[in-house]
Design a protein around this ligand. Sequence first.
Ligand code: GAR
Length: 198
Amino acid sequence: MPRRKVRTAILISGRGSNMLALAKAAMNSNFPAEIVLVISNNPEAPGLQLATDMHIPVIAMDHLQVKSRKKFDAKMHKHLLDHQVELICCAGYMRILSPWFVSKWPRRILNIHPSLLPKYKGLHTHQRVLEAGDTHHGCTVHYVNEELDGGDVILQAKTKVNSEDTTETLSMKVQKLEHPLYVKSLAKVASSFDFSIL
Ligand code: GAR
């Protein structure tokens, strides 16, 4: 019997280009994951409309309306359970997940980060690459654990840094690498997903 697709949610905060790349890939009947929910902590995120246009259920949660991170994450956890989500992809989700939330989803949360981890955890990665004079830059898909940008690496993609590069050109170069990398990473994780641990 063919394996069923892994029920996957995507967390976003903004543009949603990685979310769109995953959602498009998941429409292929051979892709091992399906996107069953998109949640944004920012009700103004342009990605919400992109997901709606693809007929994916969306939930906009305004983190400014919820006092504590734990309470916000508990609400999000409930939405995920209500939709029988099995795997979570953070795609430009610019909010730190609480240790409580991370403990509920061990090795079941993926994130994409615009640097070659373990280099440049956190923000302003393109700027930091230029300041350091690095010859290479790139992006990483990794599991999320309680340490910021610290979980095991799933896949990475690399690009050269030229002397003419600026934060804008690096951002464009990295974004081009991100979409296929995230699709490949989700396919890798979902195709070996252990349904028995749920
Ligand atoms: C992506 O470049 C992603 O790597 C980055 O935000 C962008 C989101 O773009 N994520 C982080 O910086 C997380 N620390 P998108 O909304 O178009 O997918």
